[in-house]
Design a protein around this ligand. Structure first.
Ligand code: BT5
Length: 328
């Protein structure tokens, strides 16, 4: 308990000096006890400098503890309950298991997923170093509007990556996040519904955070935050920011889907491009023109006919027939 409190105070004053006396007073323990706790935090990997001025936290280990994710989290409901696992099959599977009785905004995170899933049962590689997270949302909307949760999640994740690291992220329809032409984040939203009411949506967000590019097969055209920045990032901070952005986007979704749609469109790497669309019923090429009110992609076929695609895969083409991102 004491160590948790000290850790909280130290993290909250990250980068600033805090005197041993201040810490001792605020925690109601002796200065010797503060020293002992600092030593044990150091043993956990916290880089804490000590001098006559007191203590200063230089860096925290890249741990995904509940405390670290929660520290400084400014949300009303997203992340009120957070479960962190060291290994699960899939955070979406775990979130769906608990969703019926979980409160709105509950979060499941795992260091590793042994059977991470993409859309259409495709595998999602999830080694240590990534951020594999699922958020249970319970908006009071009809199941037909569940696509808007997807749009909200992709805008939220893009805002987080841009806001924290200045990465120029483009959204590839329906909800892949690309840096350049490389995929850095994938989103899988699954729902549970009754006839006319969404019971829950499980928004699974997979971000390649601190992953070596070598881990990701070249044909996937994938990248990671650490590969883009040339340094590792604190995944707990990233998780917190994504949660804040998801809450903000879900509030916007409730107020005006149109605003969210506009933001999605501004960040889109798909609109205005030649694309190949692959659906269960076949494939065709054309130019992506707009994201419609129902979340579908309006594609102008080469013969001029408009086609609205509600579900499927989209391949960005550079010129006729040439693939710029296999993307699926
Ligand atoms: C997605 O599917 O992009 C959705 C991925 C969602 C993953 C999150 S992690 C937390 C939560 N728990 C889960 O089990 N899932 C969610 P899709 O568009 O179908 O892309 C899948 C394809 O991306 C695969 O077929 C590979 O080609 C490629 N791929 C697999 N792992 C990848 C990775 N780590 N980074 C980039 N591409 C990957």
């Amino acid at each position: 308990m004491r160590r948790k409190e000290i850790r909280k105070v130290l993290i909250e004053s990250l980068g600033d000096w805090t005197s041993g006396e201040t810490l001792a007073k605020s925690l109601d323990i002796s200065r010797a006890a503060v020293w002992k706790q600092v030593q044990s935090l150091r043993a956990e990997g916290y880089d804490i400098e000590a001098s006559k001025r007191g203590y200063r936290l230089r860096s925290v280990p890249d741990l995904l503890s509940e405390d670290l994710v929660r520290s400084g989290l400014e949300t009303k409901f997203v992340g009120r309950t957070i479960f962190i696992h060291s290994s699960v099959t899939s955070t979406n599977a775990e979130a769906k298991r608990i969703a019926p009785s979980a409160e709105d905004g509950t979060v499941v995170i795992s260091e590793v997923q042994t059977a991470g899933r993409g859309r259409m049962e495709r595998p999602w590689l999830s080694p240590r170093g990534g951020l594999w997270m699922s958020i249970i949302l319970k908006p009071k909307i009809p199941p037909a509007l569940a696509f808007s949760v997807n749009i909200a999640a992709s805008v939220a994740a893009a805002r987080a990556l841009e806001g924290l690291y200045g990465l120029k992220v483009r959204i590839k329809w329906p909800n892949d996040l690309l840096v350049g032409e490389r995929k850095i984040c994938g989103i899988l939203t699954e729902i549970g519904a009754e006839m006319d009411l969404l019971e829950y949506a499980v928004v699974g967000i997979g971000i390649n955070a601190n992953l070596d590019r070598d881990l990701l097969p070249e044909e996937w055209e994938a990248t990671s935050i650490s590969a883009e920045l040339g340094r590792d990032v604190f995944r707990a901070e990233l998780a917190g920011r994504v949660l804040e952005e998801v809450e903000r986007a879900s509030e916007e979704m409730a107020e005006s889907f149109d605003r969210l749609r506009k933001d999605w469109s501004l960040r889109s790497g798909t609109l205005g491009r030649r694309v190949r669309i692959i659906t269960r019923s076949g494939e065709f090429e054309g130019v992506a023109e707009a994201l419609e009110d129902d979340g579908s992609l309006l594609v102008r076929r080469d013969d001029g006919a408009p086609e609205r695609v509600i579900a499927g895969d989209c391949v960005h083409l550079r010129a006729a027939g040439e693939e710029a991102n296999g993307g699926a």
